[in-house]
Structure formats: structure tokens, C-alpha cells
Design a protein around this ligand. Structure first.
Ligand code: 1GP
Length: 244
């Protein structure tokens, strides 16, 4: 429970920012440096994962390098990969609610649940909902993407997660999406929901971050923004838009 308590403590004061590190995008050493910068500018959490086909070795090395460089919690984000890391501070136990393939809803999860329990790894349960364009995550996860104007469907999935007892709802536009989840959809979902709302995908600027935050995102995830030159300043401005 300790990571969830840490997240809740920050949520009591305002927004939580997460930096997502995709192990397939840089060397493990560079990943460690990125994580350190994210911590320096004020990120509250690091997620590692989120890509398909990353080898177990690359994942393990990246996790180790990131853990060595930061004190903020590092969580494993298991989308679309068979490799897993059990050495981080907690495990995001995601269920892709709008997948056509039950493997992504509960199949893969059922294969690792006992291991997580035996190793006493903290899990954070997340109802994961892919919204258009969904990008690679939508393809890999065989998602019936929620259309950007179908607020009722997004609300339906979000309440499904809440009624099933999940701790968080995650509206995801996909890694590298041209635009974030629409503000109107975030607002509509937030109005109905009692658990914290995570929003990610396509958030690249302070304006994007402010917009999703003002619409109701409690936890904001950014990934791609750290992959280009000048990322420190960009991340800093995203953080100040979120934390002001
Ligand atoms: C994590 O997929 C997001 O939820 C990250 O997306 O890379 O577009 O920031 P970006």
C-alpha cells in the first residue's frame, strides 16, 4: 500500500506527474539520466515499460539504471510486452477494458498474479481505456478504441472500472498521439468518477498539460516529451503548468 499512499498524499495537494520511460528508446544509461532529470524538475513517479517487444535484458538493465538514479517511486507499466520487471517499487496492474482479446483484459494478468502475491509486490489496479487514435498501443492491445466524441462510452468504461473495484481509471490516447484525450471527454468522465483519473498520450506542452489538468486529470503521464532535445525545459514547463 505504500506507493498508493504516497500517490494519494500528493493527490490531496494537487496533480501528480508521471514520466514514462520506454526502455526501447534509449540506452539504459540514458534512461537513468532522463529519470534523474524528471525527478529534478518535479516528476512524482516514473513508469518504466509501455513498449512492445522489449527484451527482458533491456528492460532489466533500464529498470536498474533508473532505480539507481532516483529516489521517487518507479513502477512497472506492462503494456504490450512479455518481459516483466519484479524489482521496482510497485506494479501497475492494468486491465485494458476495451480490448477485443481477453488476454489483455485479464488473461496475462492471471498468469502473473500469484507471483506478485508471493513476492509481496505492491499492485495498483488500473482500468485502462484506449481512446482514438490509440497508436501502437491500440493495435497491440487489439482495442475497440473509444471514439474521441463518444463521451458516454468513455464514462461507461470508467464506471465499469470503478464498480469492479479498481483504484484508478486511465484514459490513454496512445504513445506519441498527435493530441491528448479531448478535454470534454476528461471533464465528462471526471464528473461521474470517484476514483483518481489518469490521463496520458499526446501531452507535449504546458498548454496541453494545463488543459488536461483543468478538465479533471488527477495524474498526468508524459513520455515522448523526454525523447527530444530541450526536454528538460519542456518538462519543467509542463510541471509548472500542473503544479501551479
Ligand atoms: C503514457 O502513452 C503515454 O500514458 C505517453 O504518451 O509518449 O505521447 O507522452 P506520450
Amino acid at each position: 500500500m505504500k506507493i498508493q499512499e504516497y500517490v494519494n498524499r500528493i493527490l490531496n495537494q494537487g496533480a501528480v506527474h508521471v514520466t514514462l520511460i520506454d526502455p526501447s528508446r534509449q540506452t539504459s544509461e540514458a534512461a537513468g539520466r532522463l529519470a534523474e532529470t524528471a525527478q529534478e524538475v518535479g516528476s512524482d513517479l516514473i513508469f518504466v515499460g509501455g513498449s512492445s517487444g522489449v527484451s527482458q535484458q533491456t528492460l532489466t538493465q533500464t529498470c536498474e539504471a533508473v532505480k539507481q538514479r532516483v529516489q521517487i517511486p518507479v513502477l512497472f507499466f506492462p503494456t504490450g510486452t512479455d518481459s516483466i520487471s519484479l524489482n521496482l517499487d510497485a506494479f501497475l496492474f492494468l486491465s485494458l477494458l476495451n480490448s477485443r482479446n481477453s488476454k489483455f483484459v485479464s488473461g496475462t494478468q492471471s498468469k502473473i498474479a500469484s507471483v506478485l502475491k508471493r513476492l509481496e509486490i505492491e499492485t495498483l489496479s488500473v482500468g485502462y481505456i484506449l481512446v482514438e487514435p490509440g497508436m501502437k498501443l491500440g493495435e497491440i492491445g487489439e482495442a475497440e478504441l473509444v471514439a474521441r466524441d463518444n463521451f458516454w462510452q468513455a464514462i461507461g468504461y470508467a464506471l465499469t472500472a470503478e464498480f469492479m473495484g479498481m483504484s484508478y481509471v486511465f484514459l490513454e490516447a496512445g504513445n506519441g498521439a498527435a493530441q491528448p484525450v479531448p478535454a470534454g471527454m476528461i471533464r465528462a468522465v471526471k464528473r461521474e468518477l470517484s476514483v483518481p483519473l489518469i490521463v496520458g498520450g499526446g501531452i507535449r506542452t504546458a498548454i496541453d498539460a494545463r488543459r488536461v489538468r483543468q478538465a479533471g486529470a488527477d495524474i498526468v503521464v508524459t513520455g515522448t516529451v523526454i525523447e527530444a532535445a530541450g526536454y528538460r525545459e519542456r518538462l519543467r514547463s509542463i510541471l509548472s503548468a500542473l503544479k501551479d
